[in-house]
Design a protein around this ligand. Structure first.
Ligand SMILES: *Cc1c(COP(=O)(O)O)cnc(C)c1O
Length: 419
């Protein structure tokens, strides 16, 4: 009794103090940072595996995973140790020299993909820029025609630099930044006829996400990519896949194209590749990669020792015995089944459940923001995209009981909403 009467004001004091500190953080965040993100009023300070903690000590289960970045969970010990070791040895050297961890990483990516060569950069949008430049250069090198046009899809997302946002099929991403980079044609996703009509002598490449992530977890039909591949072959057009979100195990295979029984010519990677560290990559077959020669493309930080050390150990961990990939596929199915069940229970709220592996979306009849907020209050971080699609992109190490916990809470929230 005595202890608790003493303790509760003390705890309250500590709590108020942490709230005051957070308020100061958030005021300074507004004051000193450009206002490009609509952030939650939460300061995250620590993470381990599926969990993160905010500065006031609150624990969250993280179904956002840094937007499909933290594939091995937060602060995976092997990634942390590899970074510590590399940081003590060598942080950065120029690409004028050979870099050990960059070579190891390239070799691993090549040995586990369709590709023969890798180029490293620092983000997804840069990987897309690299892919676009490579496709244009390849056409210049090999075609007598003026081939430069790239066909992309409505609802796609390829990044925020000028060429990447010009490739993106969403007006809201492009608005205010015109004139856009010329040479992109947009067609409806998952419609082979639309691509066939858009193809011309000028087409050098088709650029698609295997599953549209930001666009609301939109799935292709079973034979779409096989048909796109055929069309590309018939017309000497390169197939570029944006695997920035779907790659590195997200769908239960190392790359999503493996589900479609096809091989692309170029892929762009980033997000999960570094296990939490910034790195991007362009992978291509030799016949295409050979269009990048000395001086045609480059990046000061691209493929630096630190980022490559993190990516190497991340890939090693993912590929060991296929353990995490198998588990991701199996648990993704379990997760999707539970969401489908939820749809049956709340048909007035859930329109559709979509996705593959641990890239799952739930389209709602209502806007997603209040659901995201209610989850946050209950200690679960989730993401909403396209206004009304709840998107789940947790670390691939997630286990059943964490999914059960999320479903219980969603049930409860939907229950309140349907009354
Ligand atoms: C996130 C994303 C990008 C952009 O990556 P950044 O690292 O934010 O530049 C591009 N394409 C897809 C499919 C993505 O999910």
């Amino acid at each position: 009794m005595f202890i608790s009467t003493l303790l509760s004001p003390l705890l309250f004091m500590l709590y108020s103090l942490s709230m005051a500190i957070d308020k100061k953080f958030m005021d300074e965040s507004k004051k000193y940072l450009m206002n490009t993100y609509d952030r939650f009023p939460i300061v995250l300070r620590k993470g381990r595996g599926m969990k993160v903690w905010s500065s006031d000590g609150k624990e969250y289960l993280d179904f956002v995973g840094g937007i499909a970045v933290n594939c091995l969970g937060h602060c995976h010990p092997r990634v942390v140790i590899a970074l510590q070791k590399q940081a003590q040895r060598l942080l950065h050297v120029s690409n004028l020299f050979h870099i050990e961890s960059q070579i190891t990483l390239a070799k691993m990516l090549v040995e586990h993909s369709f590709a023969d060569k890798a180029f490293f950069c620092n983000s997804g949008t840069e990987a897309i820029e690299g892919a676009i430049k490579l496709a244009r250069k390849h056409a210049k090198d090999h075609s007598p025609h003026d081939k430069y046009e790239i066909i992309t899809a409505h609802g796609s997302f390829h990044g925020r630099t000028l060429a990447a946002l010009s490739a993106t099929g969403q007006e809201k991403i492009q608005k205010g930044f015109e004139p856009l980079v010329p040479g992109f044609r947009h067609v409806p996703f998952n419609n082979i006829e639309a691509i066939r009509e858009a193809v011309s002598k000028k087409t050098c490449a088709i650029l698609l996400e295997p599953i549209q992530g930001e666009g609301g977890v939109r799935m292709p039909s079973d034979d779409y990519f096989r048909q796109v591949r055929e069309l590309c072959d018939e017309n000497e057009i390169l197939l570029i896949l944006d695997e920035i979100q779907t790659g590195i195990g997200r769908t239960g295979k190392l790359f999503a194209y493996e589900h479609f029984d096809i091989k692309p010519d170029i892929i762009a990677l980033a997000k999960g590749l570094g296990g939490g560290v910034a790195i991007g990559a362009v992978l291509a077959k030799d016949s295409v990669a050979s269009s990048f020669q000395h001086g045609t493309h480059g990046s000061t930080f691209g493929g630096n020792p630190l980022a490559c050390a993190a990516a190497t150990v991340t890939l090693e961990t993912l590929l060991e015995d296929g353990f995490i990939l198998d588990s991701c596929y199996r648990i993704g199915k379990y997760f999707k089944d539970r969401l489908e069940k939820l749809k049956k229970d709340f048909p007035s709220i859930i329109i559709e459940v979509r996705g593959l592996g641990l890239l799952l979306g739930v389209e709602l009849t209502i806007t997603g923001a209040p659901i995201v907020e209610a989850c946050t209050k209950r200690g679960i971080l989730i993401n909403c995209t396209s206004g009304n699609v709840l998107r789940f992109i947790p670390p691939l190490i997630i286990v059943e009981k964490e999914i059960d916990h999320l479903i219980d809470i969603l049930e409860d929230i939907f229950e309140r909403h349907s009354h």
